[in-house]
Design a protein. Structure first.
Length: 297
């Protein structure tokens, strides 16, 4: 009979804590559980190996004995005869609902431990496992998330109707509880995680709930002042340009930005940056007038 490395089966180091062993066992048991792998002999064998490893490593006495004797397990019984009462435990617990038969445990296990421990004997098949979490990615335009709306998604062949709040951000992830994989043994369903990929299909730059836009004005308006019409995200506004406005001057339009996430009726601000456009193809008269201005300076 060959030595069996239970740590390797549970994919944990020898110094793993009880918590790490429990976590590894639950993860692997869920992965190879017969209910999730029907008619899969390989998964069934793996499931039995995982349970056997857990029988040893989750039981302090069994783990202590296993760590002490390791590959020298053949000599363990010389020091363990006092514990042969485990044989009685094995026979008294066989046949309970959810238990494995004796052949579900390896010869190595039977020889070293003399039978099943009482710690996990009823839990191998009856333990509840949470369903698998699902992940999905939803691609939307920036204009799509300016207002709240509903949308139907198809995840693993199932249609799910969700509400998308206005103001959701690029790469934001939301969780929809209970819409993941079905739980095992009446365990809870997993959750659905949706990651949003927001494509900016506008002339605005977005930073959370604030918007930024560059507006071009001509030289004469910048010098003398005037009025320009500016398109916001959902409307148009008229702005007064002050005389002697400098290039890169910024103006804030309060409440004209993007909706604040899950704050109904609240908006960020819109920041306008003026870009002064220099005149081209000047006429002789225009050049003459500019020369006169230059002489005045």
């Amino acid at each position: 009979m060959a030595f069996i490395d239970y740590y390797k089966i549970l994919e944990v180091p020898k110094k793993a804590s009880d918590k790490d062993i429990k976590k590894a066992y639950r993860k692997l048991a869920r992965k190879y559980h017969p209910d999730l792998n029907p008619n899969d002999k390989t998964a069934e064998k793996k499931f039995k190996e995982i349970n056997e490893a857990n029988e040893v490593l989750s039981n302090p006495e069994n783990r202590k004995k296993y760590d002490a004797y390791g590959k020298d397990w053949q000599h363990a019984e010389q020091f363990e005869k006092a514990k042969q009462q485990q044989q009685y435990q094995r026979t008294s617990h066989q046949g309970q609902a959810g238990d494995f038969s004796g052949e579900d445990f390896s010869d190595f296990f039977e020889s070293m431990f003399g039978g099943r421990s009482t710690t996990n004997q009823r839990s191998s098949r009856g333990v509840k496992f949470r369903g698998q979490d699902y992940n999905a990615e939803l691609h939307l335009n920036l204009t799509d998330v300016y207002t709240s709306h509903k949308r139907t998604l198809t995840v693993n062949g199932k249609n799910i109707r969700i509400s998308i709040p206005a103001g959701i951000e690029n790469e934001q992830v939301i969780k929809i509880k209970g819409y993941g994989g079905k739980g095992v043994n009446d365990g809870p369903n997993g959750d659905l995680y949706i990651k949003f990929s927001i494509i900016n299909n506008t002339v605005f730059k977005r930073d959370k709930d604030n918007l930024f836009k560059t507006v071009t004005i001509d030289l004469y308006t910048a010098i003398l002042g005037g009025e320009v019409t500016v398109a916001t995200f959902d409307s148009k506004v008229k702005l007064k340009v002050k005389p002697e406005t400098q290039n890169e001057t910024k103006v804030k339009l309060k409440g004209k930005g993007f909706p604040k996430y899950k704050k109904e009726g609240q908006f960020g601000d819109l920041y306008i940056t003026y870009q002064i456009k220099m005149p081209k193809n000047l006429s002789e008269k225009e050049k003459e007038l500019f020369n006169e201005l230059a002489k005045l300076k």
